[in-house]
Write a new protein. Structure first.
Length: 168
């Protein structure tokens, strides 16, 4: 019986570590995306704002990055989005899977120029997002819909498209 309890505790701990590692990779990916994207000049004034819709462990990972890095020489501000109206102040809006049921109204608020929508639910890059996180062979990857991104007035470097899985 002790062995079973130990195994269950070990598995729970391991799963927690894997989830934390996934969030760290997603945050690093998100920051690195900014190196291959160019926002409209009029949208880049003051802080570069990354909004996370609702609660997500990625917020902490993004805050670590924001302490040390910039986007085009602009400080990074990480914001937990509670109300849909807050979206208009962001350059990137990330929607974790647990908030994906609200994707249509979030995407509507992200329809303004200069807001990149990043999601993590299968099929969202086709209809809503510019970038969608996916797992391929157990490894973190991303889908990219160049048309959705460029439709927001954001220029996409072709290198970014080749690094991800292009959705047309």
């Amino acid at each position: 019986m002790r062995k079973i309890v130990f195994i269950v505790i070990y598995l729970c701990f391991s799963i927690g570590l894997l989830k934390a590692q996934d969030e760290k990779f997603k945050a690093l990916f998100m920051y690195n995306f900014t190196k291959y994207l160019e926002w409209p000049e009029e949208n880049i004034k003051g802080d570069f704002v990354i909004g996370v819709f609702g609660s997500s462990p990625i917020i902490q990972e993004l805050m670590v990055i924001a302490e040390k890095k910039t986007v085009s020489n602009h400080p990074i501000a990480v914001k937990k989005i509670i109300e849909l109206e807050e979206i208009s102040k962001c350059h990137i809006v990330y929607v974790p899977e647990n908030k994906s049921s609200r994707i249509e109204e979030i995407a509507q608020k992200c329809s303004a120029k200069g807001i990149l929508l990043i999601t993590e639910k299968e099929g969202f890059a086709k209809n809503f997002a510019g970038i969608n996180y996916v797992k391929v062979d157990g490894k973190q990857n991303f889908e990219i819909n160049k048309k959705n991104i460029e439709g927001k007035g954001i220029k996409v470097n072709s290198t970014l498209v080749t690094l991800g899985i292009e959705i047309k």
